[in-house]
Design a protein around this ligand. Structure first.
Ligand code: ADP
Ligand code: MG
Length: 273
Protein backbone atom coordinates (compact mmCIF):
# COMPACT_ATOMS: atom_id res chain seq x y z
CA UNK A 1 0.00 0.00 0.00
CA UNK A 2 1.34 3.42 -0.80
CA UNK A 3 0.71 6.46 1.28
CA UNK A 4 -0.67 9.24 -0.78
CA UNK A 5 -0.12 11.79 1.93
CA UNK A 6 3.19 11.92 3.71
CA UNK A 7 2.80 12.82 7.31
CA UNK A 8 5.70 14.49 9.00
CA UNK A 9 6.27 12.52 12.23
CA UNK A 10 8.20 15.37 13.81
CA UNK A 11 5.28 17.68 13.18
CA UNK A 12 2.87 15.22 14.86
CA UNK A 13 5.08 15.08 17.94
CA UNK A 14 5.25 18.85 18.08
CA UNK A 15 1.49 19.20 17.86
CA UNK A 16 0.87 16.57 20.53
CA UNK A 17 3.34 18.36 22.81
CA UNK A 18 1.64 21.63 22.23
CA UNK A 19 -1.73 20.08 23.02
CA UNK A 20 -0.23 18.55 26.18
CA UNK A 21 -0.95 14.98 25.23
CA UNK A 22 2.24 13.25 26.42
CA UNK A 23 0.83 9.73 26.47
CA UNK A 24 -0.50 10.00 22.91
CA UNK A 25 2.84 11.39 21.89
CA UNK A 26 4.64 8.41 23.39
CA UNK A 27 2.34 5.72 22.03
CA UNK A 28 1.28 6.98 18.59
CA UNK A 29 4.14 5.56 16.50
CA UNK A 30 3.46 2.07 17.84
CA UNK A 31 -0.30 2.35 17.47
CA UNK A 32 0.03 3.90 14.01
CA UNK A 33 2.21 1.02 12.85
CA UNK A 34 -0.27 -1.52 14.21
CA UNK A 35 -3.18 0.39 12.71
CA UNK A 36 -1.49 0.49 9.27
CA UNK A 37 -0.61 -3.19 9.46
CA UNK A 38 -4.08 -4.33 10.52
CA UNK A 39 -5.99 -1.82 8.44
CA UNK A 40 -7.91 -0.21 11.35
CA UNK A 41 -10.67 2.24 10.56
CA UNK A 42 -9.55 5.77 11.46
CA UNK A 43 -12.03 5.98 14.34
CA UNK A 44 -10.56 2.89 15.96
CA UNK A 45 -7.07 4.35 15.82
CA UNK A 46 -8.20 7.66 17.24
CA UNK A 47 -10.18 5.99 20.04
CA UNK A 48 -7.20 3.82 21.00
CA UNK A 49 -4.99 6.90 21.20
CA UNK A 50 -7.46 8.88 23.27
CA UNK A 51 -8.10 6.00 25.62
CA UNK A 52 -4.40 5.79 26.28
CA UNK A 53 -4.18 9.44 27.20
CA UNK A 54 -7.24 9.24 29.46
CA UNK A 55 -5.97 6.20 31.36
CA UNK A 56 -2.53 7.74 31.88
CA UNK A 57 -4.08 11.00 32.98
CA UNK A 58 -6.16 9.16 35.57
CA UNK A 59 -3.07 7.39 36.88
CA UNK A 60 -1.08 10.62 37.10
CA UNK A 61 -3.94 12.39 38.88
CA UNK A 62 -4.21 9.55 41.39
CA UNK A 63 -0.46 9.66 42.07
CA UNK A 64 -0.61 13.42 42.57
CA UNK A 65 -3.57 13.16 44.93
CA UNK A 66 -1.94 10.34 46.85
CA UNK A 67 1.23 12.37 47.33
CA UNK A 68 -0.58 15.51 48.46
CA UNK A 69 -2.76 13.52 50.91
CA UNK A 70 0.26 12.75 53.13
CA UNK A 71 -1.31 9.57 54.39
CA UNK A 72 0.69 7.42 56.80
CA UNK A 73 2.00 4.39 54.91
CA UNK A 74 0.48 0.96 55.05
CA UNK A 75 -2.84 1.83 56.70
CA UNK A 76 -5.50 0.28 54.51
CA UNK A 77 -9.05 -0.92 55.02
CA UNK A 78 -7.90 -4.37 53.91
CA UNK A 79 -5.43 -4.40 56.80
CA UNK A 80 -8.01 -3.18 59.29
CA UNK A 81 -9.37 -5.94 61.49
CA UNK A 82 -13.07 -5.18 61.90
CA UNK A 83 -13.46 -8.04 64.36
CA UNK A 84 -11.41 -6.02 66.80
CA UNK A 85 -13.99 -3.22 66.70
CA UNK A 86 -17.38 -4.95 66.92
CA UNK A 87 -19.13 -1.63 67.57
CA UNK A 88 -18.23 -0.43 64.07
CA UNK A 89 -20.37 -1.49 61.16
CA UNK A 90 -18.09 -2.55 58.33
CA UNK A 91 -20.89 -1.77 55.87
CA UNK A 92 -21.10 1.78 57.20
CA UNK A 93 -17.33 2.26 56.89
CA UNK A 94 -17.39 0.91 53.34
CA UNK A 95 -20.20 3.32 52.48
CA UNK A 96 -18.14 6.21 53.88
CA UNK A 97 -15.18 5.02 51.79
CA UNK A 98 -17.08 5.82 48.59
CA UNK A 99 -17.45 9.44 49.72
CA UNK A 100 -20.51 9.90 47.59
CA UNK A 101 -23.03 11.21 50.07
CA UNK A 102 -21.09 12.91 52.83
CA UNK A 103 -18.26 14.56 50.88
CA UNK A 104 -20.72 16.01 48.38
CA UNK A 105 -22.62 17.78 51.15
CA UNK A 106 -19.68 18.79 53.34
CA UNK A 107 -20.71 16.49 56.19
CA UNK A 108 -18.24 15.33 58.82
CA UNK A 109 -17.08 12.18 60.56
CA UNK A 110 -16.02 12.24 64.20
CA UNK A 111 -14.03 9.27 65.41
CA UNK A 112 -13.68 8.79 69.15
CA UNK A 113 -11.75 6.20 71.10
CA UNK A 114 -8.90 5.58 73.50
CA UNK A 115 -5.26 5.57 72.35
CA UNK A 116 -4.26 2.53 70.33
CA UNK A 117 -7.82 1.75 69.34
CA UNK A 118 -7.22 2.25 65.63
CA UNK A 119 -8.47 5.79 65.04
CA UNK A 120 -5.44 6.91 63.03
CA UNK A 121 -5.37 3.65 61.11
CA UNK A 122 -9.06 3.76 60.23
CA UNK A 123 -9.03 7.44 59.26
CA UNK A 124 -5.93 6.99 57.08
CA UNK A 125 -7.47 3.91 55.48
CA UNK A 126 -10.65 5.82 54.73
CA UNK A 127 -8.51 8.62 53.30
CA UNK A 128 -6.72 6.22 50.99
CA UNK A 129 -9.96 4.65 49.79
CA UNK A 130 -11.37 8.11 49.09
CA UNK A 131 -8.29 9.12 47.09
CA UNK A 132 -8.69 5.89 45.13
CA UNK A 133 -12.27 6.96 44.45
CA UNK A 134 -11.12 10.26 43.02
CA UNK A 135 -11.50 12.56 46.05
CA UNK A 136 -8.85 14.93 47.31
CA UNK A 137 -7.79 14.43 50.89
CA UNK A 138 -5.27 15.86 53.36
CA UNK A 139 -4.25 13.88 56.42
CA UNK A 140 -2.59 15.90 59.15
CA UNK A 141 -1.98 15.89 62.85
CA UNK A 142 -4.22 18.65 64.14
CA UNK A 143 -1.37 20.43 65.94
CA UNK A 144 0.70 20.55 62.73
CA UNK A 145 -2.12 22.17 60.80
CA UNK A 146 -2.87 24.61 63.62
CA UNK A 147 0.80 25.57 63.65
CA UNK A 148 0.71 26.25 59.92
CA UNK A 149 -2.42 28.33 60.25
CA UNK A 150 -0.94 30.31 63.12
CA UNK A 151 2.03 31.22 60.96
CA UNK A 152 -0.40 32.30 58.25
CA UNK A 153 -2.32 34.42 60.75
CA UNK A 154 0.87 36.18 61.85
CA UNK A 155 1.53 36.94 58.19
CA UNK A 156 -2.05 38.22 57.80
CA UNK A 157 -2.75 35.39 55.38
CA UNK A 158 -5.06 33.18 57.42
CA UNK A 159 -8.03 33.64 55.14
CA UNK A 160 -6.15 32.62 52.04
CA UNK A 161 -4.50 29.70 53.86
CA UNK A 162 -7.95 28.40 54.83
CA UNK A 163 -9.24 29.05 51.32
CA UNK A 164 -6.37 27.00 49.90
CA UNK A 165 -7.55 24.04 51.96
CA UNK A 166 -10.82 24.20 50.04
CA UNK A 167 -9.20 22.16 47.32
CA UNK A 168 -9.41 19.16 49.63
CA UNK A 169 -12.78 17.46 49.72
CA UNK A 170 -11.73 16.06 53.07
CA UNK A 171 -9.40 17.25 55.81
CA UNK A 172 -8.45 14.53 58.25
CA UNK A 173 -7.51 16.15 61.54
CA UNK A 174 -5.90 13.49 63.67
CA UNK A 175 -5.92 13.92 67.47
CA UNK A 176 -7.73 17.22 67.82
CA UNK A 177 -7.48 17.05 71.63
CA UNK A 178 -3.69 17.35 71.39
CA UNK A 179 -3.99 21.01 70.48
CA UNK A 180 -2.19 22.90 73.24
CA UNK A 181 -3.59 25.75 75.28
CA UNK A 182 -1.46 28.41 73.60
CA UNK A 183 -2.39 27.00 70.17
CA UNK A 184 -6.04 27.28 71.16
CA UNK A 185 -5.73 30.94 72.01
CA UNK A 186 -5.35 32.06 68.41
CA UNK A 187 -8.65 30.35 67.49
CA UNK A 188 -7.42 29.43 63.98
CA UNK A 189 -9.01 26.02 64.39
CA UNK A 190 -12.39 27.61 65.01
CA UNK A 191 -12.02 29.74 61.91
CA UNK A 192 -11.20 26.65 59.87
CA UNK A 193 -14.25 24.80 61.21
CA UNK A 194 -16.50 27.79 60.59
CA UNK A 195 -15.16 28.26 57.05
CA UNK A 196 -15.73 24.65 56.05
CA UNK A 197 -19.13 24.33 57.71
CA UNK A 198 -21.71 22.79 55.34
CA UNK A 199 -19.31 23.10 52.40
CA UNK A 200 -16.24 20.94 52.90
CA UNK A 201 -15.89 17.82 55.00
CA UNK A 202 -13.66 17.02 57.94
CA UNK A 203 -12.82 13.76 59.63
CA UNK A 204 -11.70 14.42 63.17
CA UNK A 205 -10.27 11.94 65.64
CA UNK A 206 -10.12 12.44 69.39
CA UNK A 207 -9.39 10.38 72.46
CA UNK A 208 -12.35 11.90 74.26
CA UNK A 209 -15.76 12.94 73.02
CA UNK A 210 -16.21 16.65 73.67
CA UNK A 211 -15.62 16.62 77.44
CA UNK A 212 -12.01 17.66 77.04
CA UNK A 213 -12.59 20.06 74.17
CA UNK A 214 -12.61 23.07 76.45
CA UNK A 215 -8.88 23.50 75.98
CA UNK A 216 -8.99 23.33 72.18
CA UNK A 217 -10.69 26.72 71.85
CA UNK A 218 -10.16 30.06 73.63
CA UNK A 219 -13.44 30.10 75.54
CA UNK A 220 -16.55 28.09 76.26
CA UNK A 221 -18.78 29.92 73.82
CA UNK A 222 -16.39 29.19 70.99
CA UNK A 223 -16.04 25.56 72.07
CA UNK A 224 -19.79 25.13 71.94
CA UNK A 225 -20.06 26.94 68.62
CA UNK A 226 -17.36 24.72 67.13
CA UNK A 227 -18.92 21.50 68.42
CA UNK A 228 -22.32 22.67 67.19
CA UNK A 229 -21.04 23.14 63.66
CA UNK A 230 -19.08 19.89 63.64
CA UNK A 231 -21.93 17.69 64.81
CA UNK A 232 -24.71 19.35 62.82
CA UNK A 233 -24.09 17.04 59.85
CA UNK A 234 -21.88 14.32 61.25
CA UNK A 235 -21.46 10.61 61.55
CA UNK A 236 -20.10 9.87 65.00
CA UNK A 237 -18.16 6.65 65.41
CA UNK A 238 -17.08 5.45 68.81
CA UNK A 239 -14.29 2.93 68.99
CA UNK A 240 -14.32 2.00 72.62
CA UNK A 241 -11.84 -0.81 72.34
CA UNK A 242 -8.76 -1.74 74.24
CA UNK A 243 -5.48 -0.73 72.67
CA UNK A 244 -4.91 -2.93 69.64
CA UNK A 245 -1.19 -2.98 70.32
CA UNK A 246 -1.61 -4.06 73.91
CA UNK A 247 -4.14 -6.72 73.03
CA UNK A 248 -1.95 -8.10 70.27
CA UNK A 249 0.90 -8.34 72.76
CA UNK A 250 -1.35 -10.10 75.30
CA UNK A 251 -2.55 -12.54 72.66
CA UNK A 252 1.03 -13.39 71.85
CA UNK A 253 1.79 -14.02 75.50
CA UNK A 254 -0.96 -16.63 75.73
CA UNK A 255 1.49 -18.90 74.01
CA UNK A 256 1.04 -21.84 71.66
CA UNK A 257 -2.17 -23.80 71.50
CA UNK A 258 -4.44 -20.76 71.68
CA UNK A 259 -4.34 -18.80 68.46
CA UNK A 260 -4.13 -15.05 68.98
CA UNK A 261 -7.51 -13.53 68.40
CA UNK A 262 -6.42 -10.30 66.80
CA UNK A 263 -2.70 -10.29 66.08
CA UNK A 264 -1.91 -9.60 62.45
CA UNK A 265 0.24 -11.90 60.37
CA UNK A 266 3.12 -9.45 60.64
CA UNK A 267 2.86 -9.38 64.41
CA UNK A 268 2.80 -13.17 64.49
CA UNK A 269 5.96 -13.30 62.43
CA UNK A 270 7.60 -10.76 64.70
CA UNK A 271 6.61 -12.77 67.74
CA UNK A 272 8.05 -15.92 66.20
CA UNK A 273 11.47 -14.30 65.71
P1 ADP B 1 -5.09 5.42 67.67
O1 ADP B 1 -4.89 6.38 66.56
O2 ADP B 1 -6.52 5.21 68.04
O3 ADP B 1 -4.25 5.74 68.87
P2 ADP B 1 -3.76 3.61 65.86
O4 ADP B 1 -4.61 3.69 64.65
O5 ADP B 1 -2.48 4.34 65.84
O6 ADP B 1 -4.60 3.97 67.17
O7 ADP B 1 -3.50 2.06 66.15
C1 ADP B 1 -2.35 1.57 66.86
C2 ADP B 1 -1.72 0.44 66.06
O8 ADP B 1 -2.58 -0.70 66.02
C3 ADP B 1 -1.45 0.81 64.62
O9 ADP B 1 -0.26 0.18 64.21
C4 ADP B 1 -2.64 0.26 63.88
O10 ADP B 1 -2.31 -0.07 62.54
C5 ADP B 1 -2.98 -0.98 64.70
N1 ADP B 1 -4.42 -1.22 64.75
C6 ADP B 1 -5.31 -0.64 65.57
N2 ADP B 1 -6.54 -1.11 65.38
C7 ADP B 1 -6.44 -2.02 64.39
C8 ADP B 1 -7.38 -2.88 63.74
N3 ADP B 1 -8.68 -2.92 64.09
N4 ADP B 1 -6.92 -3.69 62.76
C9 ADP B 1 -5.61 -3.67 62.42
N5 ADP B 1 -4.67 -2.90 63.00
C10 ADP B 1 -5.08 -2.09 63.98
MG1 MG C 1 -3.72 8.08 66.57
Amino acid sequence: MTTTMTVDAARVELLLSELRLPSMKAIWPKLAAQSDKEGWPAAKFLAALAEHETADRGRRRFERHLLEARLPAGKTLAAFDFEATPMLSKAQIMALASGDVWLKTGANVLLFGPPGGGKSHLSAALGLALVENGWRVLFTRTTDLVQRLQVARRELALESAIAKLDRYDLLILDDIAYVSKDQAETSVLFELIAARYERRSMLITANQPFGEWGKIFPDQAMTLAAIDRLVHHATILEMNVESYRRRAALDRKRGPGRPPAHATQKELEKAAD
